[in-house]
Design a protein around this ligand. Structure first.
Ligand SMILES: Nc1nc2c(ncn2[C@@H]2O[C@H](COP(=O)(O)OP(=O)(O)OP(=O)(O)O)[C@@H](O)[C@H]2O)c(=O)[nH]1
Ligand SMILES: [Mg+2]
Length: 164
C-alpha cells in the first residue's frame, strides 16, 4: 500500500509540462532559457538544433525546448510540437524589418494541429535598447487580437536583466 502510494505520489510529483521557445535567430531565446534556469546571463552562440533544460518551479517541472531560429532550422520547429502545452515566442523588439517574417512564422505555427490548445506567450525582448518597439506596437503589427483559438499574452522583457 505504502509502495503504491509512493508510486502514485512520484507520478504526480514529476508531472511535467512541455514548453517550446521559438522565434527568429538572434531574438534572445537561449538567453531567456538560461535566465529562467539560473537567473544569469550566459554567453550564447547561435543555436544549431535545440537546447533542452528542465526548470522546476514550486515542484512543477517544465521541460523547456529552446529551438534554433535560423531560417534553415525553422522547418524543424514542427517536429517539437507534440504534447506542447505552452509556446514562448521571443521577438527582438529592435528588429522592425523582420516583423512581417515573424508574423508569417507565427501564424504558420499557430495553424498546427498539435498547438491548437497550447497557451502562447509572446516576449517583446530587448526592451533595454533605445528605440525598440513596445509590446503594444508589436501586438498591433502582428495582429495578435486575431488569434482566437489559443490563449495568448504579450509581455515586454529584457533577457539581460531578467526584467519581465
Ligand atoms: N540588448 C539586449 N541584448 C539581448 C537581449 N537578449 C538577448 N540579447 C543578445 O542577443 C544575442 C542573441 O541572443 P540568443 O539568446 O543567442 O538568441 P537566440 O534567439 O537563441 O538565437 P538562435 O539560437 O540563433 O535562434 C546575444 O548577443 C544576446 O546577448 C536583451 O534583452 N537585450
Ligand atoms: Mg539560441
Amino acid at each position: 500500500m505504502g509502495l503504491l502510494f509512493a508510486k502514485l505520489w512520484s507520478l504526480f510529483g514529476t508531472e511535467e509540462h512541455k514548453i517550446v521557445i521559438v522565434g527568429l535567430d538572434n531574438a534572445g531565446k537561449t538567453t531567456i532559457l538560461y535566465q529562467f534556469l539560473m537567473n544569469e546571463v550566459v554567453h550564447t552562440s547561435p543555436t544549431i538544433g535545440s537546447n533542452v533544460e528542465e526548470v522546476v518551479w514550486r515542484n512543477i517541472h517544465f521541460i523547456m525546448w529552446d529551438l534554433g531560429g535560423q531560417q534553415s532550422l525553422r522547418a524543424a520547429w514542427s517536429t517539437y510540437y507534440t504534447n506542447t502545452e505552452f509556446v514562448i515566442v521571443v521577438i527582438d523588439s529592435t528588429d522592425r524589418e523582420r516583423l512581417p517574417l515573424i508574423r508569417e512564422e507565427l501564424y504558420k505555427m499557430l495553424a498546427h494541429e498539435e498547438l491548437s490548445k497550447a497557451g502562447v506567450l509572446v516576449y517583446a525582448n530587448k526592451q533595454d535598447v533605445k528605440g525598440s518597439m513596445t509590446a503594444s506596437e508589436i501586438s498591433k503589427e502582428l495582429d495578435l487580437t486575431s488569434i482566437k483559438q489559443q490563449q495568448w499574452h504579450i509581455q515586454s522583457c529584457c533577457a539581460l536583466t531578467g526584467e519581465g
